[in-house]
Ligand binder design. Structure first.
Ligand code: NIG
Ligand code: FE
Length: 420
């Protein structure tokens, strides 16, 4: 890639995540008076160099490149990473959006048998092929909005057969399109209508997880993470701990929902269990903030959900001040219908008071770290995948500032060196 106006590297020293105040400083290479900026990519789709064109001309004078992309007047940023999504489900919940606008809370809709229960019913009825077609369509849209690495959860199955069905759909999606996917088993997304908390927890631990273990060991399924919806009236902290530990026992990374609608000490639990990540955190306690600041757990904030449900905002500034590493996710699901990470960054800036630099770090290196993939994703440094976006803009900040214009501003998406 030649003659870029600006290349946002994010970092240069191969840090795996940026914590607290480190998030405000990003590494950017700007064009000089006499030279644009180049990114050199090798045949395996790995970044070899980021440097000025004049230096590239000397260093690579004997090299014939298979392809040159002219980025005159354009900015290049890393491919975006969406650290939290629920992208496989049938039906929609537009009628519930109307109920919530009229004053119903998320848990009121849920307790009346709507919410997750509604989507579980529709997803049970759907065939695998139909779910895959919906998923593929959503992945295409996410790619258009610049997502190159995605976390994808199950969780609308809630029984062994349907959870496996969802995880198989995610597995099929991995090989059918270019976005890399980290898959998350979320069988404990809610308590099925016919079960008690204890029965649901037992089913997850005694039936669902052993069935997944077998498929993983046979090489028929890849699952990366385990998730639980830890919430008052859903899975309490005791059952959440048991389920997460059962997931760790079969080799999964912990990445769960907590401290969203009510305080549950989820952040403290996340640190205790050495979790990769914990999501939501609108109701995080001061002790929870301290606990994750000291740990390597990433706090995934989801401004779409806080916005649409008019929740208390997670205390992002306080978390940063205390040294927490923040990531962002779209939380795309039938409640929060957004698969646009630039929009998520915009909301994080306006609603959570992140700076644009912090929002970008949270949507690149830190989001990749939440998925344990920041060794290859999340920054434009030699040795990492050439996953990047070429923006038709004078400066990278326009991607966040001009909210709603994502489609036209992201001109080119490159994944592992290929234009996709
Ligand atoms: O992250 N809070 C739990 N899970 C999702 C919502 C899922 C749904 O409502 O279907 C979330 O917001
Ligand atoms: Fe979620």
């Amino acid at each position: 890639i030649r003659n870029a106006k600006q290349v946002v590297q994010i970092c240069r020293n191969r840090q795996l995540m940026l914590k607290g105040s480190e998030m405000k400083n990003i590494a950017v290479v700007d064009r000089t008076d006499n030279s644009g900026v180049s990114i050199i990519v090798d045949n395996a789709g790995i970044i070899a160099d980021v440097c000025l064109d004049i230096d590239a001309d000397i260093k690579y004078s004997g090299v014939t490149f298979r392809r040159n992309i002219d980025a005159t007047g354009k900015c290049v940023i890393p491919g975006l990473v969406d650290a939290h999504t629920h992208p496989v489900w049938a039906g929609d919940r537009v009628h519930e959006f109307a109920m919530k606008l009229a004053g119903a809370t998320y848990l009121e809709v849920h307790e009346k048998g709507g919410g997750i229960h509604h989507t579980v019913d529709k997803t049970h009825e759907a065939t695998k092929d139909y779910l895959l077609s919906l998923f593929m369509n959503r992945l295409r849209k996410m790619l258009r909005h610049g997502t190159t690495l995605l976390e994808a959860k199950s969780g609308y199955g809630l029984d062994t057969q349907n959870e496996i069905k969802m995880l198989e759909v995610i597995e099929s999606g991995k090989s059918a399109q270019p976005i890399e996917i980290s898959s998350t088993y979320c069988g404990a997304h809610t308590i099925p209508k016919s079960m008690s908390l204890q029965e649901a927890s037992n089913d997850v631990i005694a039936n669902q997880i052993p069935a997944l273990k077998e498929l993983i060991y046979k090489g028929e399924l890849n699952i990366d993470n385990i998730d639980v919806f830890c919430e008052k009236g859903v899975f309490d902290i005791v059952e959440t701990r048991k389920i997460l530990k059962a997931g760790v026992d079969i080799g999964l990374n912990i990445n769960f929902h907590g401290d969203e609608l009510n305080p549950t000490n989820s952040a403290e639990l996340a640190a205790e269990l050495n979790s990769c990540a914990v999501s939501h955190l609108e109701e995080i306690s001061p002790e929870g903030i301290q606990a994750i600041a000291k740990s390597s757990t990433i706090a995934i904030l989801l401004p779409t959900t806080a916005y649409i449900l008019r929740l208390k905002r997670p205390p992002a500034r306080l978390m940063l001040e205390k040294g927490v590493a923040i990531a962002l996710g779209s939380d795309f699901n039938p409640n929060a219908y957004c698969m646009n990470m630039p929009m998520v960054m915009h909301l994080a800036c306006v609603l959570l008071n992140l700076s644009m630099e912090e929002a970008l770090v949270a949507s690149t290196i830190n989001a990749a770290a939440a998925l344990k993939k920041s060794d290859k994703h999340g920054s434009l440094e030699p040795g990492k995948y050439a996953n990047l976006l070429i923006l038709a803009a004078e400066r990278w900040e326009h991607l966040i500032y001009q909210f709603g214009e994502t489609d036209s501003m992201i001109e080119t998406v490159v994944i592992r060196g290929c234009v996709v």
